[in-house]
Design a protein around this ligand. Structure first.
Ligand code: MG
Length: 270
């Protein structure tokens, strides 16, 4: 019995020593790629959700001055500085700056008073025309039916939103759009389609959707070669939509440097 216990203790000790040895032999994996340090960005205060992070370009902060500085035709819209919003009037507005890959935050409200004669596409219609060509639809889709690939959160006539996350008419709503611009070769052929993710009121309604081309009312989607960066528009569709708190961040991936390969050591006799 004593011998058996001794043998058991010895076996247990051998397993423990082996385990420690294995642990010591394990090395941490490191890719060797040298990355630059990601810049520090201060996000919006916790009690101000939707506010611009420190590296955002604020395109509209409720003042006429910022609105007109960043958008063509902003003077045609009615800016209410006291309340910090602008109401659609007269024409689309278009950014003076051009954007490629970006994170875009837009807040909007469809008219509170609903005209019962206005239904479907006629109620609370606007849109974010990214690069002037690709529309993320804005519509009052709260208890207002229309074709699904034309309701709020749709990539117009290409893809309905996964869910209908609309708030009631008159309530403020948010879009957070992550956009990857398409790429073209010298002949105008698409080498990488545009990709779009949309959060509507914090709810993901488009998840990395690959666009089939520009969005049109009267023809199928198609790509037409354009610059790497382009302005975006907010649509005037004849409804007195309100907008506020618009900001954008350009998206640039962190690019690492591969380590230099050491020349292979020569073996004896070579
Ligand atoms: Mg529209």
């Amino acid at each position: 019995m004593a011998l058996r216990r001794k043998l058991f203790t010895l076996a247990a000790a051998a397993v423990a020593v082996g385990g420690i040895g294995l642990l010591l032999a394990q090395r941490e994996y490191k890719s060797g790629i040298v990355f630059p340090e990601p810049p520090v960005v201060t996000p919006a205060a916790v009690d101000k959700p939707g506010g611009p992070p420190s590296d955002a370009t604020v395109l509209f902060d409720g003042t006429k001055a910022t609105f007109e500085k960043h958008f063509k035709n902003a003077e045609k819209w009615e800016t209410d500085e006291k309340n910090g919003w602008a109401t659609v009037k007269g024409s689309d507005v278009e950014t003076k700056e051009s954007f490629g890959d970006m994170q875009l935050h837009v807040e909007f409200a469809t008219p509170e008073k609903v005209d019962p004669k206005q239904t479907g596409q006629g109620r609370g219609n606007s849109g974010v025309y990214i690069m002037g060509r690709y529309e993320v639809q804005i519509l009052d889709s709260y208890e207002n039916k229309t074709y699904f690939d034309g309701q709020c959160g749709a990539l117009y006539k290409q893809q309905p939103p996964m869910v209908n996350a609309c708030r009631k008419p008159g309530e403020w709503q948010t879009y957070d759009i992550i956009w990857e611009a398409p790429k073209f070769d010298a002949d105008g052929k698409v080498t990488k389609p545009a990709v779009c993710t949309v959060l509507h009121n914090g709810v993901c309604v488009q998840n990395h959707f690959e666009l089939k081309g520009g969005t049109y009312f009267d023809q199928p989607a198609k790509y037409v070669k354009h610059a790497e960066k382009a302005p975006f528009r907010l649509q005037n569709h004849g409804n007195p939509m309100r907008f506020r708190n618009i900001w954008v961040r350009e998206l640039k991936p962190i690019v690492g440097k591969e380590p230099e390969k050491k020349p292979e050591e020569k073996k004896d006799g070579e």
